[in-house]
Design a protein around this ligand. Structure first.
Ligand SMILES: [Zn+2]
Length: 343
């Protein structure tokens, strides 16, 4: 994935303020330690999303549920999410897990689990099948896309543009999956930018940052540290350099709060937070194994959303960010609706 040039990045005026969006990778339960399989299609944990959804609604956040094929085509999960979207304003977006998404033309596993590695026509057919299933079962065509395993490839942006998408959210800055055949996002900043062949598709990267005394040279120090394993251990043990992605999965609450405070101070305009839906029930993901982990998961959300609210960061939806970016490009102010914070 090519890093954008400086003039592709979007900086809003002060009227935009500081905003937060939550994306939920809404997907089937599967064993994270095992190779990918076409047979893991159970989506029973989706019903447990109602609880975290209402926690977020308490902070006026309308999450974007990024649904993959099993979720978009199983009546029980469709019913739960349709209600959250129709009654409560949640966004339904697209998440492509190619190994459980027809048409099944490729060999399962390895580099093929990053959908951007598939031949253009196979990637296109899978995105199209999923887009149509969402349109049919949720009553509206999705406008926001996330590649499973952050697996965007050389054709992804053009395909999204062609299929009517307005925003991609697959980029995870400072993370590098090239060891496993996936993309590298080392040279991409966590900031909204225009992309795609017509420069009319938006990329909203996940929020990630560096903390610790070496953060000012974070990316260079991190690169050096990954090449010198002993240095990596030393830097994180001495808290000189930490890499923090905004997610309750594997990032302790105190580290997330420290990162948020630094980012608020630095004037970050959009915070993008993510988690995987099976984490709302113990035993599905490596992050939530038991009841205690689940309690920590809820405490994380409460702590992070309280920190953001107190710092004046307000919620925004995908649709509002798309509208603001286009307004700014048309020379109009990128003002968003005022959200009444309840904390
Ligand atoms: Zn996923």
């Amino acid at each position: 994935m090519l890093a954008p040039s400086d003039n592709q990045y979007i900086s809003f005026g002060p009227e935009f303020g500081q905003r937060v969006l939550v994306f939920v990778d809404t997907e089937e339960e599967f064993d994270w330690t095992q190779p990918k399989s076409r047979d893991s299609t159970s989506v029973k944990s989706v019903k447990s999303l109602r609880k975290v959804h209402s926690l977020m609604r308490g902070f006026d956040i309308k999450p974007a549920y990024m649904v993959d094929y099993p979720v978009a085509t199983t009546p029980e999960s469709v019913e739960v999410l349709r209600a959250l979207s129709e009654n409560d304003g949640a966004t339904i977006g697209t998440q492509l897990h190619p190994w459980v998404n027809p048409p099944f033309l490729e060999r399962v596993g390895g580099p093929n689990s990053f959908p951007g590695n598939l031949p253009r026509e196979v990637e296109r057919a899978k995105i199209k099948a999923l887009t149509e299933a969402i349109d049919e079962n949720f009553g509206a065509a999705p406008i926001v896309y996330r590649a499973g395993r952050y697996g965007v490839g050389p054709n992804t942006e053009a395909l999204l543009d062609e299929l009517g998408y307005r925003m991609d959210v697959s980029v995870r800055p400072y993370f590098d999956y090239s060891d496993e055949g996936g993309p590298s996002f080392r040279n991409i900043r966590p900031q909204l930018y225009w992309t795609g062949p017509e420069r009319r598709l938006l990329e909203l990267p996940l929020t990630s940052t560096f903390t610790g005394g070496l953060r000012v040279i974070g990316e260079r120090a991190f690169e050096l540290a990954t090449r010198v394993p002993r240095l990596n251990g030393l830097l994180s043990r001495t808290s000189l350099l930490g890499r923090v992605a905004l997610t309750p999965e594997g990032i302790p609450l105190d580290e997330a709060i420290q990162a948020i405070e630094l980012l608020v101070e630095a004037g970050t305009q959009i915070f993008s937070i993510s988690f995987h839906s099976p984490s709302v029930e113990p035993g599905h993901t490596p992050y939530v194994r038991d009841a205690r982990d689940l309690a920590d998961f809820y405490a994380w959300w409460d702590g992070v959303l309280t920190t953001l609210t107190r710092a004046g960061v307000k919620p925004a939806s995908v649709e509002e960010v798309v509208a603001a970016a286009h307004a700014q490009r048309d020379g109009k102010p990128a003002t968003l609706a005022e959200h009444a914070a309840s904390v």
